[in-house]
Design a protein around this ligand. Structure first.
Ligand SMILES: *Cc1c(COP(=O)(O)O)cnc(C)c1O
Length: 566
């Protein structure tokens, strides 16, 4: 199979979720979209990467909402056979003392520019050889309990390594996208163990420095509680007592519990956070580790709507390969061209909203958009903190609202937030037109980030490691109004690329709703309603200052030059 590629993959990117295509539901949110954009950038840049992930044949889930905003989760079953090729290779991992067979599918991503072809290995335990229970291990992304999760991580980390070997790949560098795949480093240690006769008493049997040279780890989680951990009792029950020297494992992964982040940190020479602020937070959380900052970016072609692609093709040919060219957008693209491109995207969104919900939005009135995973730290209800004030602002300066997002099936708080937002929208109905759109996915995301007039983000600091949807908005000339956390600490130039809510200190969290209302009432809405030329300048500022920088090509070039080639 290696001969199918113009080059031989030398770098392996391991990820639990990845957004390969809108119809392949193997992603839950930003982490998976980032993995997909990383792969698409590698394909454009012909960086020899192979992706290893789970097939997740029941997907994450499809979201249905009733009138009260109660979420129903439906299976998002997809057929790998329709888009991927089954591979002959099979490998085995041991779980609870049973041999669990792991097969694989090959999915190929084509580069947008130059025929780069990027292999994706989708691991699958749904094989006749396995018990009915083991056949379900690779079905549901982030489904089940802690034991189910660890089984998935065994298949991803250990099974994935064995699969690469069985397929004949020679990998020079491994990239762990988040801690889920950290068990791959244990498999590497096993392959780099010293023969017993060379060991001196008290010395580690493993060549840890060699394994560290091979591993690169990108962490995405700015709080301790968010990291995957497993009790050693569960680890030993699933993997067996013989699997790995427990003393060494505890030294590498934590004395009390197996912490996947610690394991990855201790076995990777190159570690990075996904924005400058996030790297600082990670250094505080894990003192003693060198944490680099590679700020995320989004894939230019994927996240530009058709009308803006056409504009960029005309004014900055080559922008898909070299998105830096967009730096010229503010001087080179006439205002009327920007406005027309946005008008088309807004019309497409308005049509879609009507088809989905029956709500008819007014193209002359600004639309604010908020869509992402619905979970407490994202604070989708912050905008609704004071309904009287919000109504008052809308009477002075009309605006419309669109929201979307899924809550994890076990995140009861997230589900309640969706219901609460529905209730608020109903209450405001007479004064503010708006809707909550069901089943947020990549396709809807592109419609939203291009068709609204302002992209909103109001997370609780410092929980937003990066955030990427605001970068997608920038590619479509849509400025962001956001709390200063994650990438926005770097991306916000007040009044030039968008606007800040509060300042970047964690003590500002409590005053954010006031700050948000003040910005809306005194800055953002008056500008939209009274000064379209200056509004258009902000749209151009978002493109030229942010899309030119916060793109996946810069990010991928940095991973290649600073991590893989170190
Ligand atoms: C980009 C994207 C996200 C991530 O959005 P954030 O603003 O970073 O939270 C989540 N879901 C989908 C479908 C996306 O396209």
């Amino acid at each position: 199979m290696l001969k199918e590629y113009a080059y031989t993959p030398r770098y392996a990117y391991f990820t639990m979720e990845i957004a390969l295509h809108n119809d392949i539901p193997t992603y839950a949110g930003g982490l998976g979209v980032l993995a997909g954009d990383t792969l698409r950038a590698a394909a454009d840049l012909e960086i020899p990467l192979v992706v290893v992930t789970l097939v997740s044949s029941d997907g994450y889930f499809r979201q249905e909402l009733d009138a009260a905003g109660r979420q129903r989760e439906l299976l998002a079953t997809w057929e790998p056979a329709r888009v991927a090729t089954p591979l002959d290779a099979k490998v085995v991992v041991t779980i609870e003392g049973r041999r669990v067979w792991v097969g694989a599918w090959l999915y190929v991503v084509e580069g947008h520019m130059n025929g780069g072809r990027q292999p994706v290995i989708l691991l699958d335990t749904d094989l006749d050889e396995n018990s009915s229970e083991d056949r379900t291990i690779t079905r549901q992304l982030y489904g089940g309990d802690e034991v189910y999760r660890l089984k998935q991580e065994i298949v991803l980390g250990i099974g994935g390594m064995r699969m690469l070997q069985a397929l004949g790949f020679t990998i020079e560098q491994y990239h762990l996208n988040e801690g889920h795949s950290a068990l791959l480093a244990l498999e590497l240690l096993d392959r780099h163990a010293f023969p017993p006769e060379e060991l001196r008493p008290g010395e580690s049997p493993y060549d840890i420095p060699r394994v560290r040279e091979l591993c690169n780890f990108t962490t995405h989680t700015p709080v301790e509680a968010g990291h995957d951990r497993f009790s050693y009792a569960v680890v030993q029950r699933l993997l067996g007592k013989e699997f790995f020297d427990l003393t060494t494992l505890k030294r590498l992964a934590g004395a009390e519990e197996l912490n996947m982040t610690r394991l990855a940190l201790n076995l990777s020479d190159y570690v990075n956070g996904v924005a400058k602020r996030h790297a600082e937070v990670s250094r505080r959380m894990f003192p003693g580790y060198r944490v680099h900052a590679v700020t995320n970016g989004v894939h230019p072609h994927t996240w530009s709507c058709p009308s803006f692609r056409k504009v960029y093709d005309q004014f900055m040919p080559g922008w898909c390969h070299e998105p830096e060219l967009l730096i010229r957008a503010d001087c080179c693209i006439p205002d009327a061209v920007i406005q027309q491109a946005h008008h088309e995207a807004k019309a497409a969104l308005i049509d879609r909203v009507q088809a989905l919900t029956g709500v008819v939005l007014d193209p002359k009135v600004p639309i604010f958009g908020f869509a992402r995973r619905m979970t407490a730290y994202k604070r989708p209800d912050l905008l609704f903190a004071d309904l009287a004030r919000l109504r008052n602002i809308a009477q002075q300066w009309p605006f419309q609202l669109l929201l979307a997002g899924k809550a994890h099936p076990r995140d009861e708080g997230g589900k309640r937030l969706i219901e609460r937002v529905h209730a608020h929208l109903r209450e405001l109905n007479a004064d503010i037109r708006g809707a909550f759109l069901p089943d947020y996915d990549m396709d809807l995301a592109l419609n939203l980030v291009s068709g609204v007039d302002v992209w909103l983000n109001t997370p609780l600091r410092p929980y937003e490691a990066s955030g990427t949807s605001g970068m997608k908005a920038a590619f479509n000339g849509v400025p962001q109004l956001s709390v200063l956390d994650g990438w926005w600490v770097e991306g916000c130039i007040e009044g030039v690329t968008g606007w800040a809510v509060g300042d970047s200190s964690e003590t500002a969290n409590g005053q954010d709703s006031l700050s948000l209302y003040d910005k809306l009432e005194h800055v953002v809405l008056p500008l939209y309603h009274t000064d379209q030329p200056r509004w258009t300048a902000v749209m151009k500022g978002a493109i030229s200052k942010n899309a030119s920088f916060f793109n996946s090509h810069r990010m991928m070039r940095r991973y290649a030059s600073e991590a893989y080639l170190r």
